[in-house]
Write a protein that binds this ligand. Structure first.
Ligand code: FES
Ligand code: FES
Length: 159
């Protein structure tokens, strides 16, 4: 029988290099949570539908449950733990807190990273553009209005 062998994998997560040994079929989500203990990234559906596992790869939101860890070597991976500086929350995180855009919090890491990526690419998104950007991130609690408000508050118009 041809058994799968573990491979040496080097990942750059939140500006730190991590060397691990893992099976090549391990997802980025599994490695982040189980090997690196970065449990801010959430697992919900596990099949690419809900967006709760969203992280940034070279600044682009990706679903870490559908991404193989081995495939993102050499890329910059950002998880929710990488946004704050020490105890200081990132302005996108602060806006979510201040606008009550977090209830159970399960969607929040993915939602915040998706919003962060949107604002990095387009600092003044319209409501329609915000809604389109977060359409792949499911929230079962907030009804989305508070999330849109939080993102809007970070635009030129909202300041
Ligand atoms: Fe990855 Fe739902 S856990 S999309
Ligand atoms: Fe509960 Fe969004 S705050 S799923």
């Amino acid at each position: 029988m041809n058994e799968m062998k573990k491979a040496a994998i080097t990942l750059n997560v939140n500006n730190e290099t991590h060397d691990i040994v893992a099976y090549p079929n391990r997802t980025l989500l599994e490695v982040l949570r189980d090997d690196l203990h970065l449990t801010g990234t959430k697992e919900s559906c596990g099949e690419g539908v809900c967006g709760s596992c969203t992280v940034l790869v070279d600044g682009t939101p990706v679903r870490s449950c559908l991404t193989l860890a081995i495939a993102v070597q050499g890329k910059e991976i950002t998880t929710i733990e990488g946004l704050s500086v020490g105890e200081k929350l990132h302005p996108v995180q602060e806006a979510f807190v201040n606008h009550h855009a977090i209830q159970c919090g399960f969607c929040s890491p993915g939602m915040i990273l998706t919003s962060y990526a949107l604002l990095a690419e387009n600092p003044n998104p319209t409501e329609k553009e915000i809604r389109r950007a977060i359409s792949g991130n499911v929230c079962r609690c907030t009804g989305y209005a508070k999330i849109v408000e939080a993102v809007k508050s970070l635009t030129e118009e909202g300041k």
